[in-house]
Design a protein around this ligand. Structure first.
Ligand SMILES: CC(C)(COP(=O)(O)OP(=O)(O)OC[C@H]1O[C@@H](n2cnc3c(N)ncnc32)[C@H](O)[C@@H]1OP(=O)(O)O)[C@@H](O)C(=O)NCCC(=O)NCCS
Length: 161
């Protein structure tokens, strides 16, 4: 499986992909918000959509953002990119692929954004599966917390790349 995974930037409209493969989860923004955010792509923060593919099949969707407007910019975050809207499509969920997919995402940040120095993300306190995946892949808890999300407080995690 690993050797056949490819990360590709989604150029153009990704509405159709999202409408087909989006997973309804309390830990994701509503689909229309994700679509709207990507549509504003030319303004800061840049939100670039990506797919992780196995051959022609989409296995996972995520965005990389040039900054996070919800989090106060501190020196530690200069040069950071933010992972957002990350999910594994229904067909591929629960198969033990999440760590492989997430490591593939980390490996590709610098491919698309060579000046990136770290990858940050926010993860809901209650999202035990996601927290375990990130921690197992070497992502560190910064100790900072984002409290503004509708689903409850989120840890801010970060990994140097
Ligand atoms: C979070 C998500 C990406 C994980 O993908 P997945 O395919 O379900 O995960 P996997 O099958 O690879 O399992 C990952 C780990 O969690 C464990 N796990 C899976 N389901 C579990 C459950 N219900 N309870 C406890 N552990 C569980 C697995 O055993 C595995 O650990 P291991 O690799 O040490 O064996 C996926 O569930 C998803 O898209 N969720 C909705 C959106 C989301 O929460 N995104 C993250 C936002 S920060």
């Amino acid at each position: 499986m690993n050797s056949r995974l490819t990360v590709k930037q989604i150029n153009g409209d990704c509405q159709e992909i999202l409408r087909c493969f989006y997973i309804d989860s309390e830990f994701l923004d509503p689909i229309d918000e994700i679509i709207e955010k990507i549509a504003k792509n030319t303004k800061e923060p840049i939100s670039s959509p990506f797919g992780v593919y196995r051959d022609d099949d989409i296995v996972s969707f995520f965005t990389l953002e040039s900054s996070n407007p919800n989090v106060q910019m501190i020196d530690d975050f200069v040069g950071s990119y933010w992972l957002d809207s990350f999910f594994i499509t229904k067909h591929y969920r629960g198969r033990g692929l999440a760590k492989t997919i997430f490591l593939e995402i980390i490996n590709n940040v610098k491919v698309y954004f060579p000046h990136a120095t770290s990858l940050n993300l926010t993860v809901n306190f209650r999202n035990k599966i996601a927290k375990k995946i990130y921690q197992d892949c070497g992502v560190l808890d910064t100790g900072m917390i984002y409290r503004g999300g509708p689903a409850g407080p989120q840890h801010i995690y970060s990994i140097s790349i």
